[in-house]
Design a protein around this ligand. Structure first.
Ligand SMILES: NC(=O)N[C@@H](O)C(=O)O
Ligand code: NI
Length: 159
């Protein structure tokens, strides 16, 4: 059984898999008579046909060490997760290696930050840490098979 250590997420390290969803250092523009910062277009919703939909995932947590045995991807659309609560959470992704996941990476996503997984990116299913949590999820619904799951040899995610 292999293991990986959780690491703090950075835009650079996450760039091959998607974008971070958090206010930038500076707003794109001020709106609403100057009362509101617009941090514009942090990511785009990718979809091959179908519709972009908005859902809430109310998920049970996992705890570290966590054995990841399943990865999945959505070839027809991106999938964005934004935590609605106050906790940091775990995002597991992996590069593609000839149609199967390569070596997984585990990121600690701080409270108040989401991620947008680009279409076709291998990832673990939603993993709040230690406490159940609600997430706003933006992804794609429509014709076609948009969920590919693979079982992997257990990868233990360590603190
Ligand atoms: N299957 C589903 O709706 N959720 C997963 O895609 C996930 O990434 O959690
Ligand atoms: Ni998914």
């Amino acid at each position: 059984m292999s293991s990986i250590k959780i690491r703090p997420i950075t835009a650079e390290e996450f760039a091959p898999f998607g974008e971070l969803l958090a206010p930038r250092d500076q707003p794109t523009k001020m709106i609403n008579a100057g009362r509101c910062e617009r941090h514009h277009a942090l990511a785009t919703v990718e979809r091959s046909g179908g519709e972009a939909i908005i859902s809430i995932f109310r998920s049970e947590p996992v705890s570290l060490p966590y054995d990841c045995t399943l990865l999945e991807r959505h070839p027809l659309g991106s999938q964005a997760f934004f935590p609605l609560g106050p906790d940091a959470w775990l995002s597991i992704v992996a590069p593609d290696d000839g149609g199967r996941p390569g070596t997984a990476l585990a990121f600690l996503v701080p409270a108040g930050m989401g991620v947008n997984l680009r279409a076709g990116v291998w990832h673990g299913v939603l993993t709040p840490l230690d406490r159940a949590a609600d997430f706003l999820v933006v992804d794609r619904e429509g014709a076609g098979v948009n969920l590919e799951e693979v079982s992997i040899a257990p990868v233990t995610v360590l603190p």
